[in-house]
Design a protein around this ligand. Structure first.
Ligand code: ACO
Length: 331
């Protein structure tokens, strides 16, 4: 799916928040669980540490502070929100949805609220949905959340997956803008490749002997990731008639610094335009891109008029990009 955002009124992000659990887990700490080392993890992934949720913390506990900050920045109340989308593969539970729980906690009593599952690409899918509903006039003000508590579905004896992931969530408020905002989206999925990254016992198949741990063929996912990060970014840029040299801020999914470096070089984006925080948070799945956006805002890079390119990829297998001209002004 690809499209330039010209269908309706301009839509933008008017508030942005992020939240990670307090507990920092270093590579050295993980080497007490599995046969690994700080050196191996840093060299192969760029990850130094990640945040891990406390046993009593579920996704909605991470999403709520992020959502409150996004609402505060946008200058709106929970009751002003009429659409809540939570992108995640680790909701509090299958139902009620984390979206519904969050809407309740925020007082968004008039909102449609649901969860969306597209692996680590979930936030890109949710942004596109939120954009579409606002541009079509179905909703006026959306809260879009991306977050995961991946630590809950990791096998703490499997070094090939344990070292890669962390927990975290981010949230944005979407509203109509006078101009600028989203320019286009590209989204895709390849279910045939899904077995490279899967959670077999998590639904109506294999429910009698649930195996609730992430399984991954790292090399296959690596090859897939380096290909789609480039293809998806180039496709959305071409559709929107924007040259790669014009991209000011590149926000790739934070899975592995080697994957990011590969994509950045192939695309020809100077490294000082790339947002990287995988060293501090690991791969936070659906939380990765909003957490990276919040970091880019904190370090002053997200100024009005800047061209921002976000690309995610993950389980499904899925991928997706969004291109926007940054403005936080509401119409
Ligand atoms: N510590 C030490 N050694 C390890 C570890 C570890 N944590 N993990 C694997 N190894 C070993 C392997 O067993 C292998 O040993 P062998 O040669 O004796 O068999 C060796 O290290 C090399 O393994 P490779 O798989 O070739 O290592 P690679 O350089 O490919 O790095 C990695 C592995 C980091 C997993 C990489 O393939 C990768 O990043 N893949 C993409 C993963 C990813 O992004 N997943 C998330 C997608 S997003 C989502 O939706 C969740």
């Amino acid at each position: 799916m690809i499209g330039a955002a010209q269908a309706g009124k301009p839509v933008t992000i008017t508030g942005l928040g992020a939240h990670v659990p307090e507990r920092v887990v270093t590579n050295d700490e993980l080497s007490q669980h599995v046969d690994t080392s700080d050196e191996w993890i840093r060299e192969r992934t760029g990850i130094r540490e990640r945040r891990i949720a406390a046993p009593e913390e579920a996704l909605s506990d991470l999403a709520l502070p992020a959502a409150r900050e996004a609402l505060r920045q946008a200058g709106v109340e929970g009751s002003d929100i009429d659409l809540v989308i939570v992108a995640t593969v680790t909701p509090d539970m299958a139902f009620p949805s984390t979206g519904a729980l969050l809407a309740d906690a925020l007082g968004a009593t008039d909102a449609a609220a649901y969860d969306l599952s597209a692996g680590c690409t979930g936030f890109m899918y949710a942004l596109a949905q939120g954009y579409g509903m606002l541009a079509a006039g179905l909703a006026r003000r959306a809260l879009v959340v991306g977050g995961d508590v991946l630590s809950r579905i990791l096998d703490w004896t499997d070094r090939s997956t344990l070292v890669l992931f962390g927990d975290g969530a981010g949230a944005v408020v979407l509203e109509a803008a006078p101009d600028d905002g989203f320019l286009g989206f590209e989204l895709g999925a390849d279910g045939a490749g899904g077995a490279s990254l899967w959670l077999p016992g998590s639904g109506s198949r294999l429910f009698e002997e649930p195996d609730r741990f992430v399984k991954m063929n790292g090399r296959e996912v690596f090859k897939f990731a380096t290909r789609v990060l480039v293809d998806s970014a180039e496709a959305v840029l071409e559709r929107c008639g924007v040259a790669i040299e014009d991209v000011d801020v590149y926000v790739p999914h934070q899975a592995n610094v080697r994957i990011i470096d590969h994509a950045t070089k192939k695309l020809g984006i100077p490294s000082d335009r790339v947002v990287i925080n995988v060293d501090r948070y690991g791969n936070t799945s659906s939380g990765s891109i909003p957490l990276a956006l919040a970091d880019a805002e904190a370090d002053g890079r997200l100024r009005p008029g800047k061209l921002v390119l976000m690309t995610g990829m993950g389980a499904g297998l899925t991928w997706g990009s969004a291109l926007m001209r940054w403005t936080k002004a509401a119409a």
